[in-house]
Ligand binder design. Structure first.
Ligand SMILES: [Zn+2]
Length: 333
C-alpha cells in the first residue's frame, strides 16, 4: 500500500473482527494486506497490554525525520497496568514556572523543571531564525521595507534549503515533545514512589504567564501536575490541590506570623528565627494545609524540628552542586 503525503491520516476499525484487525504481532487490513508490527520485547507494559482483550484498532501516521511512519493503536478492555507501588510519605510540592520543590518526611528536593528541554529549545529557536531568513531571501517581494509581510494574496517560493530547514524544525519540535514527556514521566514516577499523598497549590497558569512569559510553555508545569494527579489517582493515592488565595503559603510562617515578601526574595526569614529556602519552605507548609484550606500550624510546628534538618540537607546538597557548577538555577543559594 502506498500512502502519499497528506492523503492518509488514520484508519480505524469498528471491532477486532472485520476490516482492520490485530493478532499476534500482525495487523491485517482488508483481505490482502498484512503488516508486521515492531515492538520492544522487553517492554513490560506492552506485554501486559497485549494480554488484554482488543476492542478495536487504529492506524496512525506520524512524520519522523521527514519520513512517514505508521503506528498501530490497540483499544483494549481491562484494567490499566500499574507500574508503581506508592510510597509512604506525605509529600508537599511547590511548583514554580521553572522549578519544583518536593518535601517529604525523609527527603527534600529542589530542582529545575525539565532542564534538558531548555537546551533543545535554544536550538529550535536558532533553526526558526534560519527558516525566517531563508523565507525572506527567497521572497523579497512579499515583504515591506520594514520587514512586515505584505497584505493580500502572495505567491511563496520555497527553496530546497528552506524545505530542509523546515523539516529540521519539525523534527526538533517532535524531539522536544518526546523529551518533555519522558522527563515528566521520570520525575512523576520518582515522586510517586515516595508518596502516599500529595498536596500542592493549584497552579494559576495565567498568573504564571503574566509574570514569567514564554518559559511556561516550554516547561509545562501544568502538564506535569496533571500527569502526576492522574498517576496518583490510578494508584489509589491521595492528591489534593488547594487554592492559593486562601492559604497564602509564601507569606506564612509556622509560628503564626503572616508577612508579605517580595517575589525575588528567595529565603524565608522570620522574626521568630525560622530560616529556610523559600520554595522548600512553601512545599513544607503545603503538607499541613487542611481541608478548610488553612495551615495546621500546630502540626507544622511539631514536625519542624525533624523537617528543618531535611530541608537543611537539601540546601547543603545544592551548595555542593553549585561548587561543582552543576546548577542552572541558583535558587538563592
Ligand atoms: Zn515565624
Amino acid at each position: 500500500m502506498k500512502f502519499h503525503k497528506g492523503e492518509f491520516v488514520s484508519l480505524e476499525g469498528k471491532n477486532n473482527k472485520t476490516f482492520l484487525t490485530y493478532s499476534n504481532g500482525y495487523v491485517f487490513v482488508g483481505k490482502n494486506l498484512t503488516l508486521k508490527c515492531l515492538f520492544d520485547p522487553k517492554d513490560k507494559w506492552m506485554q501486559y497490554a497485549l494480554k488484554q482483550k482488543i476492542k478495536y484498532c487504529r492506524i496512525i501516521k506520524k512524520e519522523v525525520k521527514g519520513e512517514n511512519r505508521f503506528y498501530v493503536q490497540l483499544i483494549l478492555e481491562g484494567n490499566p497496568y500499574r507500574k508503581y507501588e506508592l510510597g509512604k510519605e506525605e509529600i508537599g510540592l511547590d511548583i514554580g514556572p521553572s522549578t519544583i520543590a518536593i518535601v517529604g518526611e525523609s527527603k527534600a528536593e529542589l530542582k529545575e523543571f525539565c532542564e534538558e528541554v531548555a537546551l533543545l529549545d535554544k536550538e529550535k529557536r536558532r533553526i526558526n531564525r534560519k527558516m525566517d531568513r531563508q523565507r525572506r531571501a527567497n521572497n523579497p517581494n512579499n515583504f515591506q521595507n520594514n520587514g512586515v509581510v505584505k497584505k493580500g494574496k502572495k505567491e511563496w517560493i520555497y527553496s530546497n534549503r528552506y524545505i530542509h530547514t523546515r523539516s529540521k524544525h519539525r523534527e526538533m519540535e517532535r524531539k522536544i515533545k518526546d523529551v518533555r514527556k519522558q522527563l515528566h514521566g521520570r520525575d512523576t514516577n520518582q515522586i510517586l514512589q515516595r508518596a502516599s499523598s500529595i498536596q500542592t497549590e493549584k497552579l494559576s497558569y495565567k498568573a504564571f504567564q503574566k509574570l514569567f512569559g514564554k518559559s511556561i510553555g516550554r516547561k509545562a508545569p501544568s502538564m506535569f501536575l496533571s500527569i502526576l494527579k492522574q498517576k496518583m489517582k490510578s494508584c489509589g493515592g491521595k492528591f489534593r490541590e488547594f487554592p492559593t488565595y486562601c492559604t497564602k503559603l509564601s507569606q506564612t510562617c509556622h509560628c503564626g506570623i503572616i508577612k508579605k515578601k517580595p517575589l525575588k526574595e528567595r529565603w524565608h526569614e522570620c522574626e521568630c528565627g525560622v530560616v529556610a529556602q523559600r520554595d522548600l519552605y512553601s512545599a513544607f507548609l503545603a503538607r499541613y494545609v487542611t481541608k478548610s484550606n488553612h495551615v495546621d500550624i500546630k502540626k507544622a510546628k511539631g514536625d519542624w524540628v525533624q523537617l528543618s534538618i531535611v530541608l537543611g540537607e537539601c540546601v547543603l546538597h545544592l551548595e555542593k552542586m553549585k561548587l561543582e557548577r552543576k546548577l542552572i538555577s541558583t535558587f538563592g543559594i
